[in-house]
Design a protein around this ligand. Structure first.
Ligand SMILES: Nc1nc2c(c(=O)[nH]1)N[C@H]1C(S)=C(S)[C@@H](COP(=O)(O)O)O[C@H]1N2
Ligand SMILES: [Mo]
Length: 353
């Protein structure tokens, strides 16, 4: 990822960076790899000279040990357009409610969309044959972090869904190293942490992975609840959410008609049914126009034109999914000690002159 204008670098080593909201909007319906947010818990592992191997083990009839070329030869290729969004996206708004020490203050840019190409995890698991008692699939990366190897798990029932891929390409190009080359999991509709990069091992288990990143992190705890293994609710499928990308917070704009733009994400395979926007802090609303429909696993971009009188204005957006669910009103209602899953309606303050 080049440090082009419009990229916010939170950490250099390991790299953690996201596009500025406006740059993410300008990039369009798919996010170029160079702009796509990067969330690394440790250094990018080097592939070395040996071909990359994936091991499939645990509660299986047959353990598998495959190089990426064998995956491509043995299983049918599929492509899925999916949005990845970090569970920490828009944590900055939670931090404004109360401090969350040691966590990255991600903005709305910690999300991106691409067409991922690979093989179905379901096909690989079918070749291995899940045994009785199999309930979860642990996905482990080759990177080492201060908390051990990065790993997460997905319920077996979700792991065998057709949209879940072991992917090697992103929008027609081989994965970049920082996005998981040569092989990553892509678990559409779920928090980004389940889309394990540099995938080395798939283990079928009776219980979720014991990794820090499954048992302790990425869980919704009550305010004051300690980060003990198993405490809180394990995050997986996204609840409905949306983000405002243009204008950006603090922008000064000419009064008159102003274009508001962003994206909504339904999560869990549901679709976005409706997005409304407000230019007066939520007192009055109008419908936003939904842009291209890229299927159930991708964001739905939206835009609307509102009339701004001179002075300060608070722009708000709110999405509904096909289950009729909508978003919480305030970040304070969803504040949690890890600063995860801020799905509160986004609010952007601008000044019209
Ligand atoms: N091996 C490994 N996989 C990983 C991570 C990681 O640090 N190591 N980060 C996860 C998190 S928290 C997110 S949000 C996504 C980010 O994917 P990206 O960097 O390609 O955008 O990768 C996930 N997969
Ligand atoms: Mo993440």
């Amino acid at each position: 990822m080049s440090d082009a204008a419009g990229v916010v670098v939170h950490e250099d080593d390991p790299r953690n960076a996201e596009p500025a909201p406006g740059a993410l909007w300008d990039a369009g319906a798919h996010t170029p790899a160079a702009l796509f947010y990067v969330r690394n818990h440790g250094p990018v592992p080097s592939a070395g000279d040996e071909p990359w191997r994936l091991r499939v083990d645990g509660l299986v009839e047959r353990e598998l040990d495959l190089v990426v070329d064998e995956l491509r030869e043995r299983f049918a290729e599929h492509e899925v357009v999916a949005t990845l969004q970090c569970a920490g996206a828009r944590r900055a708004e939670l931090l404004a409610v109360r401090d969350i020490p040691g966590e990255i203050p991600w903005g709305a840019g910690a999300a991106g969309t691409a067409a991922w190409r690979g093989v179905r995890l379901a096909d690989v698991l079918a070749a291995a044959g899940a045994r009785d008692g199999a309930r979860h699939v642990a996905l482990e990366g080759a990177d080492t972090t201060p908390r051990g190897p990065f790993a997460g798990s997905v319920a077996l029932a979700d792991a065998v869904r057709p949209e879940v891929l072991l992917a090697w390409a992103m929008d027609g190009a081989p994965l970049e190293p920082e996005h998981g080359a040569p092989l990553r999991a892509v678990v559409p509709g779920q928090i980004g942490a389940r889309s394990v990069k540099w995938l080395r091992r798939v283990s079928v288990r009776p219980e979720p992975a014991e990794s820090h990143f499954q048992a302790v992190a990425y869980r919704l705890r009550r305010p004051g609840e300690a980060a003990a293994p198993g405490a809180g609710i394990a995050l997986g499928p996204w609840p409905v959410t949306c983000a405002l990308l243009r204008p950006q917070d603090g922008d000064r704009l000419p009064a008159g008609p102003v274009r508001i733009a962003g994206f909504a994400l339904a999560g869990g395979g549901r679709a976005i049914a409706r997005v409304d926007v407000s230019a007066d802090g939520g007192a009055t609303w109008r419908p936003a126009e939904l842009l291209e429909d890229q299927g159930a696993w991708a964001w739905r971009r939206f835009r609307a034109v509102v009339e701004l009188a001179p002075g300060p204005a608070e722009l708000v957006a709110r999405a509904w999914d096909t289950a009729g669910a909508t978003q919480p009103e305030h970040p304070a209602s969803v504040w949690n000690p890890g600063g995860y899953a801020n799905t509160a309606v986004p609010r952007v303050r601008v000044e019209a002159t």
